[in-house]
Every structure is written in C-alpha cells, then in structure tokens.
Design a protein around this ligand. Structure first.
Ligand SMILES: CC(C)(COP(=O)(O)OP(=O)(O)OC[C@H]1O[C@@H](n2cnc3c(N)ncnc32)[C@H](O)[C@@H]1OP(=O)(O)O)[C@@H](O)C(=O)NCCC(=O)NCCS
Length: 243
C-alpha cells in the first residue's frame, strides 16, 4: 500500500475515533431534541431525561436491575445468572448513556436534572434505554444495549417513540447505523424491530456467521444510514428473504 493511501486510511480512522469520543462525552444527548422530552399519547404522560452509567443513584440501579429481571429472565432461561452479572457490570460504565422515562403524575411536569434521578423515589420510572456510541466493524454506531419498559406501559407506542429518538441522536452525532441484540426467544421484540421499525439481521449476527446456530440464542439487528454501513453491516436481500 502506498503511503498516501495509508495516510488516508489513518486519517479516516482518527476522524471516526474522534466522533465516538465526542459523542460519548456528551452530558445530555437529548438536549437538541427538547420536543422529545415529553410523550403524551394513548393515555400515557411521560417525561424523558438523560443519564450516565457512572452517575446513576443506587435506588435507580436497583430499579433497573429489577426491571431487567422481570422482563428478561424468561427469555434467557438458564443463562440468566451469567447475563445478569454481565448486565450489572455494563450498567455503571462511564460509556453507558441512558434515557430514563418517568411517568408524569398529577399533571406535574418533572424538572430535568440528571443528578436528581430517583431522589424522589423510583416509583415514577416507566422504563429506560441504555445506549452507547461505539464501533462495529470500524463503522461508528449507536448500540442500543437495552430498552426496557414496565409491562403496563408496553404496547402504547412508547418503544417506537424511544427508538425514533435513538435514530435522531445517532444521526445528530454522525453515527452510521443503529445496532442492537435480541434474544430469538423474544418474538414480540423481534417483530417490533423487524416488522414495525424496519431493522434487518446484520451480517455480524451469529446466524450469518460461522457460530453454530445451536449456540447462538440471539440475533444482531441493524438499521444503517449510509452506503458504507449498509455494505458492511447488512446482509444482502437474498439472505434476508430466506428467513
Ligand atoms: C420491546 C418494547 C421496548 C417495545 O416497546 P412498546 O412500547 O411495547 O412497543 P410499541 O407500542 O411502540 O409497538 C408495539 C409493537 O411492538 C411489538 N411489541 C413488542 N413487545 C410488545 C408488548 N409487550 N406489547 C405489545 N406489543 C409489543 C408488537 O409487534 C407491536 O405491534 P403493533 O403495534 O402492531 O401491535 C417493550 O414492549 C418492552 O420493553 N418489552 C420488554 C423488554 C424487551 O423485550 N425489550 C427488548 C429487548 S431487545
């Protein structure tokens, strides 16, 4: 490879690295999208605020752990104890960005302040999204680690709203795709992402690589925003239509 080509590749790598660093260090990625702080639809009245893994209060961490267990233990089956441990570790990382969804009660708008999350008790928490800015196959992506809603708030459009917000945050920070992992046993979530939101099985998903299908109990899904990400992270149409 000639030195000019090598320099270009290095410059591109540096640019991507800077993008991830800048996005990861944002205090409140929600701030450009003020109209998304509220969700009022289908009898729900919700308020969204940003959080970071290293700033979550202990009661909030406990609440998140409880919600994860309630929603996900059944899908992981005997793998749950290992997964729970891994999730507990991931939860507090400095790279972990959160959207915390609170129920607005008695018409009282909730004041935004990351440090105060849960200081008034966690009983208003309706769910959360844990996401990160990271690299997949050298492509800058917003990776949705978790999206979890309390059962009484599910099926009312809130999940779709939160995933739209993820797309906005990803685009604003010049990420080229959204990537996420779903347990194959979680049929409702698979339908939610693939049929409702147009996600596709990624070329890096176990079912598209050499990992024996028996061992792989999950799929990696993606939605890409440019041709390079599409070429790297998506499988071709023929492969998708075999599913
Ligand atoms: C998956 C989840 C985030 C979707 O959010 P949501 O607010 O319930 O979904 P929406 O109301 O925006 O969209 C509903 C669609 O999603 C699917 N869906 C997924 N879970 C659903 C649920 N528990 N109840 C109803 N619909 C659900 C259906 O396909 C539904 O389609 P429809 O609108 O044609 O009926 C939410 O249901 C949830 O937190 N589930 C439990 C945890 C989980 O599985 N997280 C995903 C892990 S990868």
């Amino acid at each position: 490879m000639d030195s000019k080509k090598r320099r270009k590749i290095l410059e591109k790598k540096q640019t991507i690295h800077d993008l991830i660093k800048r996005a990861s260090s944002l205090f409140d990625p929600l701030s450009p999208f003020d109209s998304f702080r509220h969700y009022r639809k289908n009898d729900l009245s919700m308020y969204l605020e940003s959080g970071r893994g290293d700033r979550l209060s202990s009661p909030l961490k406990q609440h998140i752990r409880k919600l994860l267990k309630t929603n996900m233990e059944g899908f992981y089956g005997s793998d749950w104890p290992i997964q729970e441990k891994a999730k507990r570790k991931e939860m507090s990382s400095t790279d972990a960005h959160y959207i915390i969804v609170r129920e607005v009660r008695y018409g009282k708008p909730y004041e935004s302040s990351t440090r105060r999350i849960c200081s008034e008790g966690c009983n208003q928490i309706a769910g959360f999204v844990h996401y990160r800015f990271t690299l997949e196959e050298e492509i800058p992506v917003l990776y949705v680690y978790e999206i979890q809603l309390e059962s009484r708030f599910q099926g009312k459009g809130l999940g779709e709203f939160l995933m739209q917000l993820m797309e906005l945050i990803a685009s604003k920070n010049r990420m080229s795709a959204i990537v996420l992992t779903v347990q194959t046993s979680n049929a409702l979530a698979m339908t939610f992402y693939m049929s409702k939101l147009g996600y596709r099985i990624s070329s890096i998903s176990p079912s598209r690589t050499n990992i024996p299908t028996m061992l792989a109990k999950y799929e990696i899904l993606c939605k890409t925003f440019d041709s390079e990400a599409k070429a790297v992270l998506e499988t071709n149409d023929e492969e998708q239509s075999k599913d």
